[in-house]
Design a protein around this ligand. Structure first.
Ligand code: SF4
Length: 95
């Protein structure tokens, strides 16, 4: 009985870890989507200092894709030191 409970607890813990690892937030801009993975963010604020019209940590939602051009956003996302930010590009067939 105890070993069954321990096995169940391990299973639940694994499922929680998997769920957390997959947590992402998406912010669409034209044919790209800015993806933010909170678990990877080290809160360096490089994004907010580099492009404060888009990355606003004190607001919700904290990313405003309308605050800059697509190229400016992509350029800033590439500077994220932890890769918490990334870009998904939509293919023409997906639009
Ligand atoms: S630059 Fe990346 S790691 Fe730093 S605060 Fe922004 S999202 Fe988080």
């Amino acid at each position: 009985m105890i070993s069954t409970s321990i096995a169940l607890a391990r299973e639940l813990f694994s499922l929680l870890l998997i769920k957390n690892n997959r947590m992402t937030k998406h912010y669409k801009k034209e044919d790209i989507t800015v993806v933010w993975q909170p678990d990877l963010c080290i809160h360096s604020a490089i994004c907010a200092r580099g492009l404060n019209s888009v990355f606003k940590p004190r607001e919700k939602p904290w990313i405003n894709p309308e605050g800059a051009t697509k190229d400016e956003i992509v350029s800033q996302v590439l500077k994220c030191p932890s890769k918490a930010l990334s870009i998904l590009e939509m293919k023409e067939s997906e639009e």
